[in-house]
Design a protein around this ligand. Structure first.
Ligand code: G3H
Length: 524
């Protein structure tokens, strides 16, 4: 790998509590890059470049953050949940303005910490900024929709969406900026208050933005703590004082956290979880297109995307030729550092290379072969994508979300076999269907739309564009995200209602500006 100068060692020592950036003097957690240290001895021991450290906070700090968020919410009577819409919009716009100049620093850390290649790291930052701007525009629409009275069977009502309460926000390592901010910021804009703990990997890149949070939002509205989920999130949930759990991760973690809450029924869940999106390649597919999309779908960011293609079903008649082309296109990928925009980069999670190897060994012991020449090659923390065929349905890789660069392939003759697998799968996010035949496509659409939440025709699975609903069935998600849907997920409809004979009083409330909820102010 080409040498690249690491960013200056970043010993981050502060956290955001109740509007103040406070110094942390307790234990710390060191942050290593997945890129190996050039020092020969460290390199042989697979030690990554030391990038810096962050606070490794304790339970008391977690509870202090929760208390700050609770007191800012103040049972819905706080300044933030009752603020006029334009106050919250101003705070959000201020935050976006302060975030933008940090682009290069954040992008650089995205590359060093999680090895996201430069182009994708830049895309993650830019996409997030656009998402936040569109969120403000959508919030204005939502507010306008609530600025009128409807009449139903003699009852006058004004309906708005109001905040839910205190949100615990936990993000993932693969999109540590985008996926986290796409839930955290909409939650804040709707008037909730939050405790946010960044992911274990991809944590330093949040630190350049701490000032922006502190300077844009009132005290206690957003509190940012660092450390282990078990130490911080578990005690917070146990208090029973969390109203919304926003977690992008897996159902094991979300179930464990929800079960800690003394009243799980009270916790609104906004969860993006595991997936096992299949691609189905029929014998009339445009094979070059299918190969191109499967390479992108299975291997972008080393397969570490919830939307990645994680199992391929290929029709018997074209299986041989498809696999030859897919193997060739996969082997043509480059591997190296994120700075040189390599396709395949080091894996950030500790032990992930061995984890991938164990999937391969297990599948091979059940009859599979790695069908691409470079498949399974290892250098440092890099694992070259491995295509497995034929995959036994008993193999772990067939059942589990691998979240990495190994892809199982199965052959099918009758579409019913594929349907049965998908129906019985615990996952239900998306599917990709490759065919040029309208009747096959139509049949597939009708079978699939009730199994997953997005059917992609002749294209790989993906979340974007962000205006589209992003969700999943079964173990793959709870709630829907999109620019519009996130605002709804973090709010609840609340209405003021009266019979028509109370119209005079309501007119007086509105005309006299006695209530910010019951107002007809129209945001432009
Ligand atoms: O990890 C899951 C992400 O939401 C996937 O987003 O399809 O844009 O890569 P993407």
């Amino acid at each position: 790998m080409t040498a690249h100068t690491p960013p200056p060692f970043k010993e981050h020592q502060s956290y955001l509590l109740d509007g103040k950036l406070l110094p942390w003097s307790g234990s710390i957690a060191k942050v290593y890059s997945p890129i190996l240290d050039a020092d020969a001895e460290k390199n042989t021991k697979n030690v990554g470049v030391l990038l810096g450290s962050t606070p490794d906070m304790d339970e008391a700090s977690a509870i202090a953050a929760l208390d700050a968020a609770r007191s800012a919410y103040d049972f819905g009577r706080g300044d933030w949940p009752t603020a006029d819409a334009h106050v919250r919009i101003r705070a959000m716009e201020k935050f976006i303005d302060k975030m933008m100049p940090k682009r290069e620093e954040v992008v650089n850390l995205l590359m060093w910490e999680i090895c996201k290649k430069r182009g994708d790291a830049e895309k993650e930052f830019d996409r997030t900024v656009i998402y936040l701007k569109e969120t403000v525009a959508e919030y204005k629409n939502l507010h306008r929709e609530g600025s009128h009275i409807t009449s139903a069977s003699g009852t006058l009502a004004q309906i708005r969406r109001g905040p839910i309460g205190v949100v615990l926000c936990l993000g993932p390592f693969n999109y540590p900026l985008n996926e986290t901010f796409c839930v955290l910021l909409p939650a804040l804009l709707m008037g909730n208050t939050c405790v946010f703990k960044p992911a274990k990997y991809g944590v330093l890149l949040i630190t350049p933005l701490l000032d922006a949070f502190a300077e844009s939002f009132p005290a206690g509205v957003v509190n940012i703590i660092f450390g282990r989920g078990r130490t911080l999130a578990t005690p917070i949930m146990k208090t029973g004082k969390i109203d919304v759990l926003a977690l992008i991760g897996n159902s094991k973690s979300s179930n464990a956290l929800i079960s800690q809450h003394p009243k799980p029924n009270r916790v609104r869940q906004v969860l993006g979880l595991e997936a096992k999106n299949p691609a189905i390649i029929f014998d009339d597919a445009d094979l070059d297109l299918a190969v191109k999309e499967c390479v992108k779908g299975a291997w972008s960011f080393n397969g570490q995307r919830c939307t990645a293609l994680k199992v391929l079903y290929v029709h018997k008649n074209i299986r041989k030729v498809f696999l030859e082309k897919f193997a060739e296109a996969t082997d043509a990928l480059s591997w190296g550092t994120p700075f040189e925009d390599a396709d395949i980069t080091p894996l950030p999670e500790q032990g992930k290379v061995q984890y991938m190897e164990s999937y391969v060994e297990d599948a091979v012991s059940m009859g599979a072969e790695i069908i691409n020449e470079r498949g399974g090659d290892v250098e440092g923390n890099m694992f070259f994508p491995a295509i497995l065929f034929p995959t036994n349905r008993e193999a772990a890789i067939f059942h589990e979300e691998q979240f990495g660069p190994v892809c199982p392939v199965l052959e099918f003759e009758d579409f019913e076999e594929v349907l049965t697998d998908i129906a019985e799968s615990p996952y239900g996010q998306q599917v990709s269907v490759f065919t040029q035949n309208a009747s096959t496509a139509g049949r597939c659409i009708d079978h699939m739309v009730n199994q997953v939440c997005r059917v992609n025709i002749n294209a790989s699975c993906q979340r974007g564009p962000d205006a589209l609903p992003f969700t999943g069935r079964k173990d793959s998600a709870v709630s829907t995200l999109s620019v519009k849907a996130a605002l709804r997920s973090f709010s609840i409809r609340t209405l003021v209602a009266c019979s028509e004979d109370q119209q005079g009083l309501m007119e007086e409330v509105i005309a006299g500006g006695h209530s910010s909820f019951s107002s007809m102010n129209y945001l432009l």
